[in-house]
Unconditional design. Sequence first.
Length: 266
Amino acid sequence: MDIANLFSVKGKVVLVTGGAKGIGRMIAEGFVANGAKVYLTGRDAPACDSAAAELTKLGSRSGGSAHALPANLQELSQCEALVKRLTELEPKGLHVLVNNAGAAWGADIDSHPDHAWNKVLTLNLHRVFTLTQLCLPLLERAGSHEDPARLIHIGSIDGLRVPTVSNVAYAASKAGLHHMSRVLAKELGPRHVTSNVLACGPFATKMMRATLEAAGDALMEEMPRGRIGTPQDVAGASLFLASRAGAFCNGALIRVDGGASHVSKL
């Protein structure tokens, strides 16, 4: 059994939503550095272009590359246009769809605005289904009995536990995403498409910046591993699920949190 091939993603075609920044960028970098062809999408077109150029340079030795396909995923028409363009560029199919794009809204129950639910649930939950549905023909084209196509959903430990900060819509959206992944695993497994979740804990992202600046030291003390996540942590988990090593994982939820979700405050 050759470990290099067991964990290889070389030559695979990958779409990462929210791939220009944060955890999406970390995941995209892991794929490009290991020889995959990665498409980055998100509403910030300049950020997508910049990230694609930087990552392509990084992948020069491995044969990996990155390409910008900007789109505002809140809009159904832009999701449809995105997948149409991807189909033109990759008629042989899509091996991996990483549903990473997300939004958060921190507010207590008294001040949480109604419109925040539309923003958060649309991007974090509804559009995961939308893109999965639109990409299915491409995913089925690339998947096989031995090496299925992959759906990798970026969830959160806030969908597993009651969050330490008040973010009701975000926590609910991630809990819904976790369960939808299990439903998709059952329905799409026979079609050679697997569905799994990475429930992420704290990473150095824009979403976490304020928390880390205000209480970073206290957070580190409470983390069982004594640190927050690194790009290698979430990229490594993604590469495992996308490689032959992860081909039999379907409907799984992997906590990429250093044990943070098991810390209980009494």
